[in-house]
Design a protein. Structure first.
Length: 388
């Protein structure tokens, strides 16, 4: 869970293409030769990790007319009036100063993607408008079961802040293929954290919900980070403790789902399976009961369900599930299961307990069944508008 600093890599988003944006000295090939060279390069297949370049399609179409790329333009090939001039991407910028892209741009309609070798040739022949940075994007894999390569045109904007100053996050763009360690390095540089300081990162989902990012080699995509996600960097105290000290509570039962909660408490999710705490030893809850210092409630033989105390009244089962990141699809599936009446009654009446096989070495010792039963008993009293 600890991160140490190392040399900061140059950001590919801001890096200039080899040779810059000025046309190279020397003769430019005739239009026919340009067309032949680019036609071959544009057939380059996408490979994970490679960098491709965006070009405003208006400029690219003008270049195609100039070199007679399509058969219907060949009769005007090389006419001076069709010369495209320096590469100009201003048409796809939403803000000329920051050079951020417009939203909802479409490949081959608004922009063209070209590999590095093609970009290098175009820059050497035409240069680009003064002050414009090349728009460089990585090729990433996407797909859960069948992996396919695509160019990641739109980067993910993350909000970065220090643990000591949560109210002033700074935005930064990252690729889905960037590692958590890359984010940590960027945050170290951004907040001037000394090299010798140990740090760790947290997801901040809501005002009181944090998740420890314990795998520095995970990618942004693997870690489930999404647009606008707030990340918090925490520095270790001089006495060896952490400002956000997590208490890894051990459970004597088959589950490891002990928690501590209060109306104004903060919930921390650790990297160990299903353990979370706020360090408040006065309030605690497990699968079957919760104590808040104001009485106990939970699931027992008299079917008092474990729920969040609330004055909300609704039809039993009409209960939303909070999105804890990328859990929307899982939440949809859970809502479908919850509204399967025979299955829900099976768990509400605790009939599942007699059928749990705790001896199966390949099983989960009943953890999943008990966790699902706890969720159902939170959703069906009709007293909660939502739960997580």
């Amino acid at each position: 869970t600890l991160f140490r600093s190392s040399p900061r890599p140059q950001s590919p988003v801001l890096a200039m293409a080899e040779g810059g944006c000025e046309p190279a000295a020397g003769s430019t090939p005739p239009p026919e030769a340009q067309k032949a060279q680019l036609r071959e390069l544009l057939q380059t297949p996408l490979r994970k990790g490679e960098e491709w370049y965006l070009i405003d399609n208006r400029w690219f179409k003008q270049w195609k007319k100039y070199v007679g790329y399509d058969s219907w333009d060949m009769y005007k090939m090389g006419e001076p009036s069709l010369h495209p001039g320096p590469i100009d991407n201003s048409g796809i910028f939403s803000d000329p100063e920051t050079q951020s892209l417009k939203e909802h741009l479409i490949d081959e309609l608004d922009y063209m993607l070209v590999p590095f070798e093609a970009w290098k040739k175009l820059i050497s022949w035409y240069g680009c408008v003064e002050g414009q940075q090349p728009i460089i994007r990585k090729v990433i894999e996407h797909g859960l079961f069948v992996k396919q390569c695509k160019v990641e045109v739109y980067l993910i904007e993350l909000k970065l802040c220090e643990n000591s100053d949560l109210d002033n996050p700074r935005t930064h763009l990252f690729s889905k293929a960037d590692a958590v360690e890359t984010i940590e390095k960027e945050m170290r540089s951004l907040f001037n954290i000394p090299n010798e300081k140990e740090t760790r990162l947290w997801n901040k989902y809501m005002s009181n919900t944090f998740e420890l990012l314990s795998k520095p080699d995970s990618t942004v995509q693997d870690a489930g980070l999404y647009q606008g996600q707030v990340l918090v960097i925490e520095q270790k105290n001089d006495d060896g403790t952490w400002p956000r000290q997590t208490n890894q509570t051990k459970s004597s039962t088959v589950t490891n789902r002990n928690c501590v909660t209060s109306p104004k408490s903060t919930i921390y999710f650790s990297s160990s399976p299903s353990t979370f705490t706020n360090g408040d030893s006065n309030n605690s809850c497990g699968l079957n009961s919760c104590s808040t210092g104001q009485g106990t409630y939970g699931s027992s033989n008299n079917n008092n369900y474990n729920y969040r105390e609330s004055h909300f009244q609704s039809q039993p089962g009409v209960c939303g599930l909070s999105n804890l990141g990328n859990t929307c699809f899982m939440n949809s599936a859970l809502q479908c299961l919850s509204n399967t009446q025979p299955l829900t009654q099976y768990f509400l009446n605790d009939k599942y307990e007699a059928e749990i096989n705790r001896q199966n070495p390949l099983g989960m010792k009943g953890e999943i069944a008990e966790a699902y039963a706890e969720l159902i008993k939170q959703m069906w009293p009709g007293r909660s508008e939502s739960t997580r």
